[in-house]
Design a protein around this ligand. Sequence first.
Ligand code: PLP
Length: 431
Amino acid sequence: MASDPRRRVPRTDAVLADPRIAAAAVRLGKPLVKQAVTAAQQRVREGALPPDDVVDATLAALPRAATTLRPVLNATGVLLHTNLGRAPLGEAARDAIGVAAGTCDVELDLTTGARGPRGAGVVDALLAAVPGAGAAHVVNNGAAALALVAATLATGREIVVSRGELVEIGDGFRIPDLIESVGARLREVGTTNRTHLADYERAIGPDTAFVLKVHPSNFTVTGFTSAVGPAELAGLGVPVVVDIGSGLLAPHPLLPDEPDADGMLAAGAALVTASGDKLLGGPQAGLILGDAELVQRVRRFPLARAMRVDKLTLAALEATLRGPVPPVRSALDTPVAELRVRAEAIAARLAGLDVGVVDSQATVGGGGAPGVRLPSVALSLPEPCAAALRAGTPAVLGRLEGGRCLLDLRALAPADDETLAACVRAAGAGP
Ligand SMILES: *Cc1c(COP(=O)(O)O)cnc(C)c1O
């Protein structure tokens, strides 16, 4: 008589007692490991897994850490992919997070034992990188930086802004709504395509708190256009605040149209706001840089406490500023010939599979350098590979183009090439 297959399913306590499973439970917590055991047992019941393989299958299914977040290789050719968490942190920032993760002197002066200024190291690093700034303050993200500046300087007053700069950032959130939500009034001037100095002049009055420039970071308006720069606006006698978005602290030769913090301050802006996880290449954060007196007011405004960044962010941001070039910047600066060499090397390892090497165009994405096309190189695979690659470990996200799945190397760290090749092999890019 055939034995009931259910009888042959290894018992949960027996599997949990396996030394490798027990070690995993110490690292990841018992519920997560037990869940994986249960799933493996279920596959045995369904006849999809030999009973002797339950331990191995459980171990293979366990995540690297106790989070449902899964690592994804960014082969989209979009350097800053918002759905993938924008800028990947460099080693220096990851190490700094490790230091800060325990108890650390984030707000303590170790010489006196008294309370110290929070985030002093980041502020010093920012001021070194942006010599034109008298002071700096860090909040949770770029939107918070702008909201805090508006709340501090313009509650119940007016902010003058061009109709060409009323930007929707993404996910339905809009800069004008954000500003009005903190109790400032918007005074729109000019038109979508053209705004002149005289438009600003006419709008400025006793109620004006500041003139706002918002960098159109995710679209371009071309043709019959005209805008007024911060240098001209600075002559109007009210503070000029520039939301540069991308977080370039100094000019970048490949992105001549992308405003940088130091340049805007040199041109006469009183304050600049920016994101930490765009072209700066750091963690999610919002930067406020510029006039020392204004920054001090912003820092002491009550709402600032609700936007305070945590020690992990402070550590990662400081390391991004002080450490080696962060991954986003290396990716941006890599010569296309280097990408081609890497692509050919990966394709050579995958000989026999339907894998080609094609020219590609990458973008900065994530609210930076709209319209800029970065020459790139991609691996070209059969389209059905896309789903298999997303299901792999690590997952790989490419892009679909012309009936093929393209894996663009521009945003991918060279250190991940070998893993990418293994993922493509596992995804079965058959001929
Ligand atoms: C991205 C962006 C923001 C929002 O910054 P977050 O860091 O996403 O909050 C605001 N303004 C501009 C111009 C941007 O590009």
